[in-house]
Design a protein around this ligand. Structure first.
Ligand SMILES: Cc1cc2nc3c(=O)[nH]c(=O)nc-3n(C[C@H](O)[C@H](O)[C@H](O)COP(=O)(O)OP(=O)(O)OC[C@H]3O[C@@H](n4cnc5c(N)ncnc54)[C@H](O)[C@@H]3O)c2cc1C
Length: 477
């Protein structure tokens, strides 16, 4: 075996968990390597993982393009702006998305250089141990043998396929295919009404596709607060995003030009629907193929996740795991927080991730965002709480924007008034939620938020009013 290049820390995987962990480790003075196997079409490295290449970033690029198109077609007229001959060039839209992705890939390579992280392009695998150093072999363009005392596994996740249905990314698409449909399909099917299904369905609906979402669960957006989920279902129905709940798929037949899905609806009636393309977004599974987990006895749980404790320690000494490949929400910012915390723990510091203040966002229109507990969770736990809501229709900035759908809902402990959860459906919910996260991190009460001066006119005043509503004293409703 070739002489190993020695590092203090090796990170396997360069997604948001891995690349952030590598940067933080380097900042803390460790000689650090990051290994990632994702390539661009021309073979160049594409660090950033699922998030940058086929997840968060490209989906938000397409959501932005499709929102502009929808606004130009439906919202501009009310502002006195007439658009004639409106059309969408899907090829150009996709090329812009690719450019945004490449800018992010390049940005990460630049950050590695700036922080003195050594990057290896290829697949990293455990091959054994030499003293207290783990040996990692990289195969691919950046082939090398590496050794380090600490290894952080950040190998992420991959899409779950429908059992018995091959993903060809032509007619049957996973997230990668859903982000690269070359023309607007007349009829688009989406299996799974989770975050990815709703976002992808929204993109193509705005561009003119007739979208049908088939969801197995009987409840819509069961993870969200019930009031938010109810409002979202109403709004999506108004947008003609057809959502069928309680569906059981019995057969999927794929031809060269379409996909036919046989299913039973919630009442058990047999149904059949034919689509030009079908997006399968039924969740993601941990990705450990090629990692050499077996070689060194890295423990995986029955669902394939790397087993970790609350500090992200695996069963092997000085081997850590973070992000989508371990338990917890599959979110880029959760992966990043774990990456920072692990690097700091390696340095003997007290890295900390509070799962209760990890925000969730769905970038549909209106956006949906929340942090903390839902009302149904508080009820189930028998917690006494007070709730306050404020609708965007009563917010001046939302009226000026012409986007008054939705509301902010706040839940606070009945005795202490400490904020337990904040749930938003409405314009810029993804940005508004940060105030709630900060408040909860600092253990704020609803009265604290209600007494803070908020700029006028701003959407954030709806959050302040929701806090006032907890005490039944809104000023603008
Ligand atoms: C369509 C879509 C939209 C999404 N939108 C959002 C969003 O808006 N906000 C949000 O928070 N989350 C979003 N997510 C989820 C988010 O992308 C993931 O939670 C996040 O990417 C997880 O980061 P990670 O670092 O754990 O893994 P990943 O991003 O999956 O990165 C893992 C990397 O490791 C590489 N790798 C795997 N094995 C090896 C190996 N043995 N050697 C070398 N390299 C290896 C992989 O190729 C990959 O590059 C979205 C996901 C999808 C699919």
């Amino acid at each position: 075996m070739a002489m190993a290049q020695n590092f203090d820390v090796i990170v396997i995987g360069g997604g948001p968990g891995g690349y952030i962990a590598a940067i933080r480790a380097a900042q803390l003075g460790f000689s650090t390597a990051c290994v990632d196997d994702w390539s661009r079409a021309d073979g160049k490295p594409a660090p950033g993982g699922t998030c940058t290449n086929v997840g968060c970033i490209p989906s938000k690029a397409l959501l932005q393009s499709s929102e502009h198109y929808e606004h130009a077609g439906h919202a501009f007229a009310a502002h006195g702006i007439d658009v004639k001959g409106l059309s969408i060039d899907v090829g150009r839209m996709l090329a812009r998305k690719e450019k945004v992705v490449a800018q992010n890939n390049d940005g990460i390579l630049y950050l590695f250089k700036r922080n003195k992280v050594t990057f290896f392009h290829g697949l990293g695998a455990f091959v054994g141990k030499d003293g207290d150093a783990w040996k990692i072999v990289v195969t691919g363009p950046g082939a090398a043998t590496l050794a380090a005392k600490h290894v952080i596994v950040a190998t992420g996740s991959k899409p779950r396929a429908l059992p018995g249905v091959a993903t060809d990314n032509d007619r049957v698409l996973d997230n990668e295919g859903a982000l690269a449909i070359p023309d607007v399909p007349a009829r688009l099917g989406v299996v799974g009404a989770g975050v990815i299904g709703l976002e992808m369905g929204s993109v193509w609906r705005r561009l003119g596709a007739k979208v049908t979402v088939l969801e197995a669960l009987p409840a819509f957006l069961g993870v969200a607060d019930e009031a938010i989920a109810k409002e979202a279902l109403k709004v999506f129905a108004r947008q003609a995003l057809a959502i069928e709940l309680g569906v059981k798929i019995t057969k999927v037949a794929v031809t060269k030009s379409n996909v036919t899905v046989d299913y039973t609806d919630a009442a058990g009636a047999a149904k059949k629907a034919t689509f030009d393309r079908l997006i399968v977004s039924i969740g993601r599974v941990p990705h450990t193929a090629g990692l050499g987990a077996d070689t060194v006895g890295l423990a995986l749980d029955p669902r394939g996740f790397v087993t970790v404790d609350e500090a992200c320690k695996t069963n092997l000494p000085n081997v850590w795991a973070i992000g989508d490949v371990v338990r917890g929400p599959m979110l880029a910012h959760k992966a990043e927080e774990e990456g920072v915390a692990v690097a700091e723990r390696i340095a003997g510091q007290h890295g900390h991730v509070d799962f209760n203040t990890v925000p969730w966002v769905i970038y549909t229109s209106p956006e949906i965002a929340w942090v903390g507990q839902t009302e149904q969770q508080l009820k189930a736990a028998g917690v006494a709480y007070r709730a306050g809501s404020f609708p965007f229709i009563a917010n001046g900035r939302a009226r000026a924007l012409g986007d008054t759908t939705g509301f902010v809902k706040m839940l606070a402990d009945a005795k202490t008034d400490r904020i337990l959860g904040v749930h938003i459906i409405g314009p810029m919910a993804s940005e508004l939620i940060s105030e709630a996260v900060v408040a909860m991190e600092f253990g704020a009460s609803s009265e604290d938020l209600a007494r803070i001066c908020h700029a006028h006119p701003s959407l954030s005043e709806a959050t302040k009013e929701a806090a006032l509503a907890v005490d039944k004293r809104t000023l603008n409703l």
